[in-house]
Design a protein around this ligand. Structure first.
Ligand SMILES: Cc1cc2nc3c(=O)[nH]c(=O)nc-3n(C[C@H](O)[C@H](O)[C@H](O)COP(=O)(O)OP(=O)(O)OC[C@H]3O[C@@H](n4cnc5c(N)ncnc54)[C@H](O)[C@@H]3O)c2cc1C
Length: 418
């Protein structure tokens, strides 16, 4: 069965060899076994990223993390959680015990804890009533998001354990110089096994955890696997995509002008949906906007300046994904978004989006950041066995596109018909 991801433009056409560890100990044993055979490894959480990053290439072993959903209470407000637990399940579980997970993803349930760390992790939740008031121009505080109050997810992690590309266990804390480089790294350094979270008290509510308590995070937000695993048929489906930019606070207006022009030019392909700020199209605001406050050092692979920044962009419906002409128009629109933001000095949420893989990361990052990343890759994964081709790109490690498979099928059909 071919495997896809949320973006639905790439697939892994061959049955990979799969490892589905059900505990951290099992994950370590499997990982080391695979490394000792010199196998290349690919990690997949829920497959909610868009760029094929979680899709195994030919000959790679696929590690599925959903079985890593165990927890242990390691301090009055500290919870160690396996990297395969779903962010929204963790949020609901701790809330049921009287504590709050300060930052989690918006939208709906999907991202795992490990996937969220590897994306960077910002909390993009604005209560619908507040958004609606902002969209009507009645409220100016419609911008308040979780990350405006609590910063990025990285500010609430006190430790993480990973097994690297050498098979070595590494426990990293914010005191380690490499710690913030693990966030937004797209799994380049190894398999994240577990993450220790600092939770917050809810005023007036008793903390019902006891130190030493352990178990599994219950599933309260069941996923719909077809969202990530299936491809649309030839009739096509209407699918939601995100186009995000990260920009300095004082440059926001300039970027809104760019984004507004872009949305206008591509309005036949992309219908902005659920926006509450920014320029309007057909009388509706097109954009989302979240202030991300610096509550801890900003991960260098996410955003280059260690300060508050704005995450802004457009969520848009593309009608007819599965039809070649629609996908071509989508890719054109996405590439234009990427180049217009990057040319003007903005940053992108490449870890989650990067739909057409058009960026050259060696150019995208400044020279020091790129050199530092390459040095870390060498340190943790000297043989380049883990999740290769995501930041250090090469033609050989690109994922197969659905368009390529379609062309191949059409050519085969032509031969059979002659
Ligand atoms: C509905 C929806 C809402 C979203 N909302 C937000 C939001 O509000 N804020 C935000 O910041 N992001 C958001 N995102 C983006 C999302 O957080 C990222 O795409 C995230 O990476 C998805 O997690 P996943 O478990 O599906 O990872 P996958 O797509 O499976 O993997 C992403 C990358 O991480 C690597 N990886 C995954 N798990 C591990 C691990 N344990 N160890 C090592 N590498 C690993 C994979 O190899 C891959 O390179 C949203 C995405 C969706 C679809």
């Amino acid at each position: 069965m071919p495997l896809a991801d949320y973006g639905k433009l790439y697939l892994s056409p061959l049955e990979p060899f799969v490892r589905s560890p059900q505990s951290v100990a099992e994950a370590i044993a499997h990982w080391r076994e695979e490394l000792s055979c010199g196998h290349r490894l690919r990690v997949r959480g829920s497959g909610h990223s868009l760029s094929g990053a979680s899709l195994p290439r030919r000959g790679e072993t696929l590690f599925l993390t959903h079985g890593l959903n165990q927890f242990e209470v390691v301090g009055a407000d500290l919870l160690r959680v396996g990297s395969g637990a779903i962010m929204w399940d963790i949020r609901d579980f701790v809330a049921a015990h009287g504590l709050s997970l300060p930052v989690f993803n918006g939208g709906w349930a999907g991202p795992t804890l490990g996937g969220y760390v590897n994306a960077g992790g910002m909390g993009l939740r604005v209560p619908p009533t507040t958004r609606e008031a902002a969209a009507r121009g009645e409220s100016n505080d419609g911008y308040a998001s979780i990350s405006e109050t609590h910063g990025g997810f990285w500010a609430h992690v006190v430790a993480l354990t990973l097994i690297d590309g050498r098979g070595e266990l590494r426990q990293l804390t914010p005191e380690d110089s490499d710690f913030y480089w693990i966030f937004a790294a797209m799994g380049q350094f190894g398999l994240i096994l577990d993450v220790t979270l600092r939770l917050q008290a809810i005023p007036g509510v008793a903390n019902q955890f006891t130190v030493g308590q352990s178990g599994e995070i219950p599933i309260t937000n069941p996923l719909n696997p077809s969202e990530t695993n299936d491809l649309p048929d030839a009739v096509g489906i209407d699918w939601l995509y995100w186009f995000s930019a990260m920009v300095p606070i004082d440059e926001e207006d300039r970027f809104w002008a760019l984004v507004g022009d872009w949305a206008n030019r591509h309005s036949a392909t992309l219908e902005p949906s659920g926006g509450w700020v920014g320029p309007s199209l057909n009388g509706e605001p097109i954009g989302f906007r979240y202030l991300v406050k610096r509550r801890a050092p900003v991960p260098p692979l996410l955003y280059p300046r260690d300060e508050d920044f704005v995450l802004m962009g457009v969520m848009a419906l593309c009608r007819g994904i599965g039809k070649p002409e629609v996908e071509t128009a989508l890719v054109e629109a996405e590439q234009e978004f990427v180049s217009s933001i990057v040319d003007e000095g903005g940053r992108l949420y490449v870890q989650a989006e990067n739909l057409s893989r058009s960026l050259d990361y060696a150019d995208y990052y400044d020279a020091d950041t790129w050199a530092h990343f390459c040095a870390l890759k060498k340190k943790y994964d000297p043989q380049s066995l883990v999740n290769i081709g995501e930041l250090q790109r090469s033609k050989e490690t690109e994922p197969v596109t659905v368009a390529q498979i379609r062309r191949l099928a059409a050519a085969t059909q032509r031969v059979l018909n002659t």
